[in-house]
Write a protein that binds this ligand. Structure first.
Ligand code: OSB
Ligand code: MG
Length: 369
């Protein structure tokens, strides 16, 4: 393929309820979609991070510059643009995995469409639907949390993840266990909110039989996570600290990570995400597909990935209605606790033109005419 044009569309899609984590509150998904035009086909993707670098170091305005000034010139200089050639061409640019993932995913969408192949087929999916979990934000009160969890369980979600932080951990977990029973698949996510000095406190969560505790300590501190794992029984799962398959291998070898959250954007795209999956599967370490409150454009390829055989736990791949009253694509719907894996070529979905127009707050041509 030859790169002809790349357009960036800023979108702001309101969330149905504010989503609070240990790092902030989100009331709408503010990000950009990338639209890549080649001589053979067109592709779409979604930048996974937010306007502020609170979850990770990347952010919307920074990614735009990185794409325009560093990534797109290298993609355009390739004699033949393929997804496989892209990561090596971008490798000299340090970091910026989420920006790289946005470009790679749009190119992959275009390339697969040119070959009439669905992403799930390309990645090696073994399922046509995937079990859905749901990530529940920090609430002002335990009764409000229990109401929200009850609603999700009534809809059919198969696993609950509670966001936690110091002051909102043992009490909400105990309340959810008491109300919904020991059989409920339950896990927690701290988004780096604790220190190793909190180990004895976090050990109080051991009695609740959680599937895992996600990223309890600071990002990239594998050693501290390994030390914590020696002191708690709940399996430690890493999110923010894993940027590649190599990181994942190191973390597993150090026993810093007994469960892997695979977010394709965080590791630079779907090719590396499959390698992360393969590393986890080779070690017999359970994996699941994370999320970033994506619109349908980001959700669709995550569902394709989540259909790989090593994803043995339900992911944060919830239905569109959990996030948005109106999605930018045809909505993803929960049926029997599962979401259907897109079966059309490429990522399998397109923005709905009229809906996209309403949610678009700005457009910029980053490359070409
Ligand atoms: O840590 O997994 C996380 C959302 C935004 C940023 C980080 C995280 C999350 C979630 C929600 O937990 C995942 C989702 O439902 O998309
Ligand atoms: Mg997380």
């Amino acid at each position: 393929m030859k790169l002809e044009r790349v357009e960036l569309l800023h979108v702001a899609v309101p969330l149905v309820t504010p989503f609070r984590t240990s790092f902030g509150v989100m009331t709408s998904k503010d990000t950009f979609l990338l639209h890549v035009v080649t001589d053979e086909a067109e592709g779409w993707s979604e930048f996974a991070a937010d306007p502020e670098p609170l979850y990770c170091s990347e952010f919307v305005a920074g990614a735009e510059i990185v794409l325009r000034d560093f990534l797109l010139p290298r993609a355009a200089a390739l004699p033949r643009l393929t997804t496989a050639a892209l990561a090596p061409a971008l490798a000299k640019i340090k970091g910026h995995e989420l920006a790289k993932a946005a470009l790679e995913t749009a190119v992959l969408d275009a390339e697969l469409r040119a070959h009439d192949m669905p992403l799930a087929t390309f990645l090696g999916a073994v399922r046509d639907r995937v079990p859905a979990g749901v990530s529940v934000g920090i609430r002002d009160s335990v009764p409000a949390l229990l109401d929200e969890v009850e609603g999700y369980l009534a809809e059919g979600y198969l696993r609950i993840k509670l966001k936690i932080e110091p002051g909102w951990d043992v009490e909400p977990v105990r309340a959810v266990r008491e109300r919904f029973g020991d059989g409920l698949p339950l896990q927690v996510d701290a988004n780096t909110a604790y220190n190793l000095a909190d180990a004895e406190h976090l050990r109080m969560l051991d009695e609740f039989g959680l599937l895992l505790i996600e990223e309890p300590l600071e990002e990239n501190n594998l050693h501290a996570h390994a030390l914590l794992q020696q002191r708690i029984a709940t399996p430690v799962c890493l999110d923010e600290s894993l940027h590649s398959a190599r990181d994942t291998a190191s973390a597993i070898a150090m026993d810093a990570c007994r469960v892997v959250n695979v977010k394709p954007a965080r590791v630079g795209g779907y090719l590396e995400a499959r390698r992360v999956h393969d590393v986890a599967a080779a070690h017999g370490v359970p994996a699941w597909c994370g999320g970033m409150l994506e619109t349908g454009i980001g959700r669709a390829p995550n569902l394709a990935l989540a259909a790989l055989p090593g994803f043995t736990l339900p992911g944060d791949t919830s239905a569109s209605s959990r996030y948005f009253a109106e999605d930018v694509t045809e909505p993803f719907v929960l049926r029997d606790g599962h979401l259907t894996v897109p079966a059309s070529p490429g990522i399998g979905v397109r923005p709905l033109p009229e809906t996209l127009r309403r949610f678009t707050t700005g457009r910029r041509v980053l490359f070409g005419g």
